[in-house]
Design a protein around this ligand. Structure first.
Ligand SMILES: Nc1nc2c(ncn2[C@@H]2O[C@H](COP(=O)(O)OP(=O)(O)OP(=O)(O)O)[C@@H](O)[C@H]2O)c(=O)[nH]1
Length: 393
């Protein structure tokens, strides 16, 4: 069974392994990191804009066919509807930035708007085209309009969506298609419309599968690009990006944001005395320990060789001593000679330190870390200059 699961993951779902904790994230868009949500939103927005730019040109061009095939009383409302649709597509295609605060909401709003235009166009076309009374070319073109909701479902396949998102986004198109079948003047039966319905469900299945596969692939790439390959902590660049976003969000709501700067003590001695691999193992163990102490929304980034930055939203400076005691209780790991691994720590907090940007907050934490280093290591310097010595406690 495990071999079958591995074969599915390796050869069908994506060329990268799928772990059991990733599967729920492919089924529904919950529990995603803000970075991943932002990246998914950026991809969706870029693709919506590309498609909308194409449709803004192609949709009005198709008016030529309407004018050639249909009588004027049928053709002119269709041309007007095409111009209105093109205006919506052009508006969506208009270059715009990605919302800093709610990128996912922006992406979904744009996607839903784009997805609604063709089915609504089809719905409106039913008011002017009665397929059951047409024959020849007009009937063919009229029946093509009936495919619009299905085309929309197929189009979903190009977006990195979870199964739930693809399902919810397809519901309006399916509902409009069924309504159209009932209102088309043709017999409303499974024999008459079953094939079209089956084809829609097939398209939905393809869209869900493709969306999940893209989501998984995107998640793997984002994870690789954002994390330090040795420890799995955020890289400095992605840590800075996360910090910038968190700083902005916490300043908007006047909530505290705390930065804890760690620099391991006498780390060079581990490399020199026991080899680089022993040093690597110490760094990996340190990150595992810190992960156990940090909360879900906290961020841990490897800032430099043996320097780490933890970003803790909603942690006021008054709660920092409690955080440091948890750290002290867990320990930072053991050096190869059996002695405890220690660090010099600097803490800065956005409200108490009154800084205006995230870089200044890190700079303050870094300066306090240096003070901790110069005052004897294995201690933390807090805002206001308070010092908490670890070994003495
Ligand atoms: N094993 C290993 N060592 C690293 C890595 N990155 C940086 N280092 C080493 O970390 C050491 C940092 O040394 P220093 O900056 O002198 O600091 P230190 O020995 O910790 O001394 P203090 O900070 O003054 O307590 C250097 O020897 C680097 O080569 C890494 O990824 N793996």
């Amino acid at each position: 069974m495990k071999r079958l699961w591995n074969a599915i993951c390796q050869h069908i779902v994506a060329p990268t392994q799928l772990s059991s904790d990733q599967l729920p994230r492919l089924l529904a868009p919950f529990n995603r990191s803000p970075q991943l949500r932002r990246h998914a939103a950026a991809v969706i927005i870029a693709r919506v804009q590309l498609i909308c730019a194409l449709f803004a040109v192609l949709v009005p061009l198709w008016a030529v066919v309407d004018l050639l095939v249909f009588e004027w009383p049928v053709a002119w409302p269709l041309v007007l509807m095409r111009l209105a649709s093109a205006a919506v597509f052009a508006t969506l295609a208009w270059p715009r930035g990605i919302s800093m605060e709610r990128p996912y909401l922006q992406a979904m709003a744009m996607l839903v708007t784009m997805m609604l235009v063709p089915p609504l166009f089809y719905l409106a076309s039913l008011q002017v085209i009665d397929v059951s009374r047409l024959s020849g070319w007009p009937r063919l073109v009229g029946e093509l309009y009936g495919f619009m909701p299905t085309v929309v479902l197929g189009g979903l396949a190009i977006f990195p969506l979870t199964a739930l998102e693809a399902l919810l986004l397809s519901l309006p198109a399916i509902a409009i298609a069924v309504f159209g079948m009932a209102a088309s003047g043709l017999e409303f039966s499974l024999q008459q419309h079953g094939a079209a319905l089956w084809f829609m469900l097939l398209m939905l299945g393809v869209a869900m599968f493709s969306g999940m596969s893209q989501t998984h692939y995107m998640e793997s790439l984002v994870h690789k690009a954002m994390t330090d390959p040795l420890t799995g902590a955020f890289s400095r660049r992605s840590g800075a990006e996360a910090l910038e976003l968190m700083f902005r969000l916490s300043s908007m709501s006047s909530r505290p944001l705390t930065v804890v700067f760690f620099d391991l003590d006498h780390f060079k001695a581990i490399n020199d005395g026991y080899g680089h691999d022993a040093g690597d193992q110490a760094l990996i163990a340190l990150v595992q320990t810190l992960r156990g102490i940090l909360r879900r929304g906290d961020v841990l980034a490897r800032w430099g060789g043996e320097e780490f930055v933890a970003v803790l939203p909603d942690l006021p400076v008054a709660q920092v001593p409690a955080f440091l005691s948890r750290l002290r209780a867990a320990g930072l790991g053991i050096r190869p000679d059996g002695k405890p691994l220690t660090a010099s720590i600097g803490v800065a907090e956005s409200l108490v330190d009154g800084v205006g940007d995230w870089a200044k907050l890190v700079e303050l934490a870094d300066q306090r870390m240096y003070r901790a280093k110069h005052e004897g290591r294995d201690r933390a310097v807090l805002p206001g200059g308070a010092v908490i010595g670890f070994s003495a406690a």
